[in-house]
Design a protein around this ligand. Sequence first.
Ligand SMILES: [Zn+2]
Ligand SMILES: [Zn+2]
Length: 198
Amino acid sequence: MPDTPGAQKSSIPWFDDFEGVAYRYYDLRMNIIPLISDIKESSRIWYDTIHWWADPYIRVRFVEEGDRYWFVMGADSKKPEKNMSFFKLLQKSENYERFKKGHGGEAYLRLGVYVKKPLGESKKSAACNCGHPAEDHDEGDGDACLYYECDCKEFSSFQVNLFKRKKTITDIAFLDESDVKGDPLAWNCLYTNKYSKD
Ligand SMILES: [Zn+2]
Ligand SMILES: [Zn+2]
């Protein structure tokens, strides 16, 4: 654990029980879409927690660590007893890189419900999360992607059913792990969910 005089654990609980994060263009802006596995759960998360966040105070941090990154999101809440902060350690993806280059300082936050489709049920043209179509995945070899430079081991595609409600995020930062001490939200996340667990 790094030496951190004065580091304080936040009392806001950390939540990582969601599937991942999608980055897509809708409504002329990039959208950050935490993917929830179940529709009831997603409306509970929205109405209990995110609904009570004021847009200008929502912070999203991406802490990069090799080919992975920590997605970190939180805000002060008008209903603090139901508040929580989100985090997930994720693999960098083409969509992530596209978001990083293209967000222009703001994004919409929406929740998505994730409906996973295996290779056998997908159209040939359906895109895998690696960005390559289903027909370029080999059904005989654990569904691995056939593109030489792609390290996708298993086809996975999903439909995202988007929640209509949205928030506008304007406080977005990409950080290296060495920068997190200067950022209370990112620091709290790694302190609680990484260093305290090593
Ligand atoms: Zn793939
Ligand atoms: Zn691929």
